[in-house]
Ligand binder design. Structure first.
Ligand SMILES: *[C@@H]1O[C@H](CO)[C@@H](O)[C@H](O)[C@H]1NC(C)=O
Ligand SMILES: *[C@@H]1O[C@H](CO)[C@@H](O)[C@H](O)[C@H]1NC(C)=O
Ligand SMILES: *[C@@H]1O[C@H](CO)[C@@H](O)[C@H](O)[C@H]1NC(C)=O
Length: 609
């Protein structure tokens, strides 16, 4: 850990030296945290508002009083006085109530000392927002083009800018101050999230909002400088975990759209620091190979779901088992799939049958995390080449090659014909459907020479499970657990991973299947948009036009990644796609051929009957 800090510090220093002046300017944050190298070392525990919002008696007392339906409401409120003063008031309050205040007294305490949530941001219309971005021309169908135009308009609704008071008094807020305005997912997610931002940024890039994306990238980079990682989301209570690390892919996307190669070169030290964070904190060994799992370093319940976690932990009888449970839950949140039977390991038979008490995220090697880390090493190698640093580039090619070898040796499953998560407790692959089983196709974490063979086997895998038969898209799993990342919910980014991954194979069959999933997703989302006039966080695979439910909170509208995925699918397949279910140029031609052949057969055989 110590050496990581030293490396991080060195990287930050290097970065300051090599950056262009405007990059340095952008990094000169108004808040006090990053003004000097010394302050860059600030540990996450030091953020003053954590005293209130990350752990402790006040948090426990308020959350357990169940004043708000959603545990996240309280931790997003603003303090009226500094944390230490608030703690003093709280101690006196507890004493005055013999340490047993009634819920209405706690509510009165909160009302006296906190302001309502969401005070840190104001709405912001991005300066680079454009009417009629060019990508609309790529959509042939008029209704879909009109819809895409609506989606482009939603960016204006999801824009947020921090108020000056956040920079002057960060201790009064749970938000982590960053310099640049952001596009948020929407609904209860009123701050920025890490992996969501990948699909949001892809959408923004097609909407030609390059500066907005650049600002969001600088925000993320400043977080690695300050904390050594990008947190799950932009709050102090998310700082002990990250999310699937997509910053390198975000920067690669930005550079592809803007051709700003200097930005890629400037980002190298930061990408290296994040890569090292995962190498140092997420590695496990399987049969002599190094692979990676999701982890979190916090203690206690997640503040944003405090009461739910605390109640669920009552199932366990010792403090140690409760803490293990909290860690598994938080690691599940790091994966972004919170929650799913994918992370359950039944203690009796090792299956995914169970409930949240069976969660063992830290003992499951997740296919996509390893596929993404492979991608990250490749991107870093590519950026080093842009910087004419062949030696470093080769070093990262080597790291990528080792991860690829590990993925092939441990995660590829010849029998299933696909990659599978690996169970470290029972030392065996987990043969359950999740779209992420195909994620190496998306990040190209496979040998291109094997494309034909892989194409045949993954298509057989999908067809055997009838994954192509669901009217509303690809379900996240086939397990009926009631969790939001299980049947029947279908998530935008998972459709994207499969559609892109299959298209990358470049075989006729995989291209057809990519189109089938891509068309279906656009058509089903369009149907849902017509009937609800909104974009949703998740959808229902079992119903054409159906929207999702289940899990620990109400389904959310907005919605950043949903819009981004539709925009990109419309760019990809918009030449051909129409709103009607299953009707497209290709299928129309196919059915024409079928009708004609039947007619011919009937006419030929008709004579003999
Ligand atoms: C709170 O902290 C500030 C600055 O660290 C200090 O000046 C003040 O006296 C403290 N107040 C209390 C009530 O502890
Ligand atoms: C595993 O155990 C659970 C009960 O905990 C049971 O419901 C399930 O059917 C079992 N699965 C298998 C394959 O034995
Ligand atoms: C969760 O599973 C455990 C172990 O099978 C069981 O004892 C417990 O009652 C279940 N909890 C709920 C809420 O269903």
């Amino acid at each position: 850990m110590k050496s990581f800090l030293q490396v991080g510090l060195l990287c930050v220093f290097q970065f300051m030296l090599i950056s262009k002046p405007q990059a340095i300017e952008a990094f000169e944050v108004r808040q006090s945290t990053s003004n000097s190298l010394e302050k860059n070392q600030q540990r996450t525990d030091d953020l003053p508002s954590c005293e209130i919002f990350c752990r402790g008696d006040l948090l426990h007392t308020v959350e357990m009083a169940h004043i708000y339906k959603d545990s996240k409401t309280f931790v997003d409120m603003k303090l009226k006085q500094p944390p230490n003063v608030t703690m003093e008031i709280f101690k006196k309050f507890m004493q005055s109530k013999n340490n047993a205040p009634k819920p209405e007294e706690i509510e009165a305490f909160v009302n006296e000392n906190f302001e309502e949530k969401g005070k840190e941001f104001v709405s912001w219309v991005p300066e680079d927002w454009k009417e009629n971005p060019r990508f609309l021309n790529m959509i042939r169908n008029e209704k879909l083009r009109k819809w895409a135009n609506d989606l482009n308009g939603i960016w204006k609704i999801l824009g947020r800018k921090m108020i000056p008071d956040v920079y002057e008094h960060p201790e009064l807020y749970s938000i982590i101050p960053v310099n640049n305005p952001v596009i948020v997912p929407g609904g209860r997610f009123i701050e920025f999230y890490y992996w969501d931002s990948y699909w949001i940024m892809r959408g923004l890039l097609y909407s030609q909002m390059h500066n907005t994306v650049r600002g969001m990238l600088l925000n993320f980079m400043s977080m690695i400088q300050r904390f050594g990682l990008i947190p799950n989301g932009g709050r102090v209570y998310y700082l002990k975990r990250s999310q699937p690390p997509l910053l390198p892919a975000m920067i690669k996307s930005y550079v592809e759209f803007t051709k700003d190669e200097q930005f890629a070169v400037d980002s190298i030290p930061i990408l290296v620091a994040e890569f090292e964070f995962f190498m140092n904190n997420h590695a496990v060994e399987v049969n002599g190979h190094q692979l990676f799992v999701y982890r979190d370093s916090s203690t206690g319940p997640r503040p944003e779901s405090y009461r739910e976690d605390y109640e669920n932990a009552k199932f366990f009888d010792t403090a140690e088992k409760k803490q293990d449970f909290y860690s598994e839950i938080a690691a599940g949140a790091e994966s972004g799939m919170d929650f799913t039977s994918r992370w359950f390991i039944n203690s009796i038979n090792g299956t995914n049958d169970g409930n949240l008490t069976d969660i063992k995220t830290r003992s499951i090697v997740a296919v996509e995390l390893n596929a993404i880390l492979y991608w990250n090493a490749k991107i870093i190698a590519e950026f080093y080449l842009l910087d004419n640093n062949g030696e470093k580039s080769a070093e990262y090619e080597g790291k990528a090659a080792r991860i690829l070898e590990a993925i092939q040796a441990v995660l590829w499953n010849e029998e299933a014909g696909v990659w599978l998560d690996y169970d470290l407790i029972n030392k065996k692959p987990r043969n359950y459907f999740v779209p992420t089983n195909l994620s190496p196709l998306w990040t190209k974490a496979y040998n291109r020479a094997d494309s034909e063979k892989i194409s045949k086997s993954v298509i057989k895998y999908l067809k055997d499970l009838k994954i192509d038969s669901y009217p509303g898209g690809i379900p996240n799993t086939l397990q009926h657990s009631g969790e939001q990342w299980d049947w029947p919910n279908a998530w935008p980014l998972m459709q994207y991973i499969v559609v892109e991954g299959l298209a990358n194979l470049r075989t006729t069959e995989a291209t057809e299947m990519s189109k089938l999933f891509g068309y279906k997703w656009v058509q089903s989302n369009y149907q849902a948009y017509l009937s609800t006039n909104a974009m949703h966080e998740k959808y229902d695979a079992s119903v054409f036009g159906g929207t999702g439910g289940g899990g620990e909170y109400e389904t959310q509208l907005g919605f950043g990644w949903s819009n981004g995925v539709i925009i990109e699918l419309l760019v990809k397949y918009g030449d051909d796609i129409t709103p009607a279910n299953g009707v497209s140029k290709t299928t129309t031609v196919m059915s024409l051929i079928m009708v004609t052949s039947i007619a011919v057969i009937v006419s030929v055989f008709g004579r003999f009957i």
